[in-house]
Design a protein around this ligand. Sequence first.
Ligand code: XMP
Length: 442
Amino acid sequence: LSRKIYGLQFHPEVTHTPCGMKILEAFISECGCERTWTTKGYMELAINQIKDQVGERNVFLLVSGGVDSSVAFALLSKALGAERVCGLLIDNGFMRKDEVVQIGEYGGLLGRLMVVDASEQFLQAVKGEIDPEKKRRIIGEVFIQVQNETLNQLGFDKGQWMLGQGTIYPDTIESGGTEQAARIKTHHNRVEVVQKLIAQGRVIEPLASLYKDEVREVGLQLKLPADLLWRHPFPGPGLAVRALCAKGEDYLPGWEKIEHQVDSIARKSQLEARLLPIRTVGVQGDSRTYTNPVALIGKADWRMLEKVSTRITNNIAEVNRVIHLVTPARLPRLAVKSCYLTKERLDLLRQADFVVTEQLYKENLSREIWQMPVILIPLSSDGEKESIVLRPVCSADAMTARFAEIPHEILRRISELITGIKGIEAVFYDVTHKPPGTIEWE
Ligand code: XMP
């Protein structure tokens, strides 16, 4: 009568396989019910299943600092004992400020963690690269190399090892990820070597039947700290896809005409618009776009910015993203600095990201805002300094997103702190929904 199924426990054959889950979900939706089961009792089942599946072997697991791999690590360690589970964190040098140290500390709570510093190797590999997709590909390849080297050193092939993964249910269904997310999963969860291991029955994925909120519940039952369980999603290639690189000005052909068109739309709302000579990624239907963003200059409230941004992207096909200048109030024409991924630039971005994240937690906005990339763009009036774009979004699943509206007072404080960092000249705020913009800039 209440349209709920109470108290049913499903055999792990059902809840631990994507196929079983699909059948179960189809059944539930046919009954007109919602899937509202809780994870109570799940731990006991999962622990027994892990023991059964692993037998006398040991488990090796890649840890990223994200929620899923952390919970999987803690669950496996609880089931088998920390001595039999080895967590590996590969430091690619693109992580946030103090993140490796923090994960190291959490690591102690989760199980036995090993940290491999491969940051030099990653930085060398992406040297001189400006194309976002090439950066991603290179980083994915180096990741696999480092992973394989470490597995060999540990004697993975010889020993009695299984590979543990923090794969969750949405990862296993086709609609569950963006193109990029699917690609990174190929790197981490389904590379060839992993596929072979799956065929040999040597992969264990104890969260494969759970949604994100259920993973957090299991994490709570394992007594993991709340700030670990509520961390924002962070892309595998990390800050490497948040520090835009450039060889110089990169305008679309016919940019003057496009700038004139966007400016006439903006002027109707007493704003000024400029096309920026850098490129950013967007999404149109199933395709990826890679074009110049537009900067709006002048005073406006969120509604006005949303209206102008939507009008520009709806009417001018060449534009996929609109940002608003927060500080300073006016800017001369912006010059592009020719730059690549270097430790200095990554440190500059790390500092800006740190300042923003700290404020977000202090102001209790970190749960309301789903994710908040901070982007370093090589633009300034002198062509020496750089600028920052804030990209806070509200979303449920990353497939679509709305730009978040941070209270003005907090935004003012954040931008003052950012412009106080040596080497940063201006702060912009991304006022584009997804689509047509993506959450990340690259
Ligand atoms: P986009 O930018 O496509 O991002 O709107 C959607 C979600 O995916 C994350 N993202 C990535 N995650 N590797 C990852 O592990 C990647 O290369 C990657 N690119 C985007 C992004 O942070 C957002 O949560």
